[in-house]
Structure formats: C-alpha cells, structure tokens
Design a protein around this ligand. Structure first.
Ligand SMILES: O=C(COP(=O)(O)O)[C@@H](O)CO
Length: 266
C-alpha cells in the first residue's frame, strides 16, 4: 500500500471520483482492472472512492498503480458501539489512503454537521488518511447572498483545532449543492473562480501562509465538455467527479481532458 499523499497545492492536478452507492463486486473489479491498466495519467493525480463493500478489492487491484483509494465517509471514533459505522483504522486496513467527508448528500440526508466533519478530519489525520472535505452552498443560500459566508463557516469549522502543519494535509472540494447530481446545473466557471478565491483566503488564513494551504477541487456535474474549462481556473487544483466517471473509460477520458499541459504549472 502506498503512503498517504501529502498534497501539494497547485500543480499537479487531482482528478477523482466517488462511485456513491454504485458498484457490485464484479463491476468494481472490472473498473479497477481497467484503470490499473492505464499507463499514462497525463500528470494528474487520480483517486477513486468506491463503496465500503468493494474497497479492499479495489485497493488491492490498484496497489501497484498511481490511483489512490478512499472511503466515502467514516466515524470519528476508532472502535466501539457505533452500529453501522466504519472507522479510520478499518479504512486503512482495507487499503484506503483518503476519505471523503461532509458530502452534501450526507449533510442533507444523514445529519452530518460541520462539528462531526471536524471530528472526522481530526480522526482521519490521526490515522494517516487524507481527508477530502466537501463544502458548498444551497441555491437558497446563494440567492440569499450568503454563499461566501456559508463556505467560510464550513472551512473554518472543518479545520477547527488543527495546527497550521495539519491544515496542509487536508483537501477540500467546492461543490455547490445545486450543481450536484441528476437535477444539478453545472456552475458557471466564473462563479466557481469567484467562490474559490474566497475559499482560498480562508484556507491561507488557516494555513498561516499563502501557497501552503490545502488543494481545492471542484465538483458538481463535471463532464467531458466542461472538465477543461474548470481545470483551467487558476484557483482550482483538481476535479471531483460523480456520474461522468462511473465507467472506467469515462473516468480515464475525464482525466485526459482535465490534464493541464506542463506550462500551466506554478
Ligand atoms: O457529488 C459529486 C458530484 O456528482 P455529479 O454526479 O458529478 O454531479 C461529487 O462529490 C463527486 O462524487
């Protein structure tokens, strides 16, 4: 198993996917085998987040590839009476190096809060997992003019209690709630750039210095048509993709579309 990455801001560029609640064992193995066979990721840092039931299988098949594997959620405690939950050590034992936290679907349907996200960030770092924290405003919050406030609050609370050094080991994904899923509308790149600038200010403040703060990915209805324009945004360090990357070929094509030529590096 590869060591958990300590992400570097800017270049290189991350392209990852969460399969959400999709992927029976045969399909998961076939997907993993196909992306394990990709011999050129064009400089992007790839990662996949399969369901828990296939995570160990997928991690085993990708062990010798550059593709990192992560869980889609976890509990903040190491073990104990938490029926139905999964802990950081369990994810590590299965081969995960990353964990997604605070996705809007978990905030909306399963009672995830900024406080539980913060507990989980601490737990992930304690156990050597890279947390990928999802933040984003609802349509009502954007219409009400408080999107930037909501994003700043989500960032600050997620990072609460971390040292500046630990802040640099967290990753973030800006995912407007209104841009995600079947009913989602892709966010205009100008809007993403403006939101990313505000988020970056918060991240730099928490990290104590510009240039060492966490990578910031964009997610929400990313597809083959819009991947390159999002990837070209100066404040965006990666893409976090759902539906468009639920086939191995779709994922590999997206990584190619998002790959920045070396001259676009810092
Ligand atoms: O939810 C996400 C984006 O989903 P899409 O299907 O691409 O809208 C993001 O967290 C990746 O799972």
């Amino acid at each position: 198993m590869s060591d958990p990455a300590t992400p570097a801001p800017g270049w290189p560029f991350w392209v990852g996917t969460s399969w959400k609640m999709n992927g029976l064992p045969d399909d998961a193995r076939s997907y993993a085998e196909r992306i394990a066979a990709v011999d050129d990721w064009h400089g992007v840092l790839p990662f996949v987040m399969p369901p828990f039931t296939v995570l160990a299988d997928v991690a085993r098949l990708l062990r010798d590839s550059p593709v990192q594997v992560g869980g889609q959620n976890m509990h903040w405690d190491e073990c104990g009476s938490w029926t139905g939950e999964i802990s950081a050590p369990m994810l590590r034992q299965c081969g995960a190096t990353m964990v997604e936290l605070g996705h809007s679907e978990r905030r909306r349907h399963f009672g995830e809060t900024d406080q539980t996200v913060n507990l989980k960030v601490h737990a992930a770092l304690r156990h050597g997992l890279t947390p990928l924290v999802c933040i984003g405003e609802t349509q009502a919050e954007r219409d009400g003019g408080v999107a930037d406030l909501i994003l700043a609050r989500q960032v600050r609370l997620a990072l609460h209690g971390l040292t500046a050094a630990h802040v640099g080991r967290v990753m973030f994904a800006y995912e407007p709630v209104w841009a995600i899923g079947e009913a989602g509308r892709p966010a205009p790149p100008e809007l993403v750039a403006q939101a990313a600038a505000g988020i970056r200010q918060e991240l730099d403040r928490a990290a104590g210095a510009p240039g060492v703060s966490p990578p910031l990915l964009y997610g929400g209805s990313v597809n083959l048509e819009n991947a390159a324009p999002y990837a070209a945004l100066a404040g965006i360090d990666g893409l976090f993709v759902g539906r468009a990357a639920w086939t191995a070929e779709g994922y590999a094509a997206l990584a190619r579309a998002a790959a920045r030529p070396p001259c676009r590096g810092p």
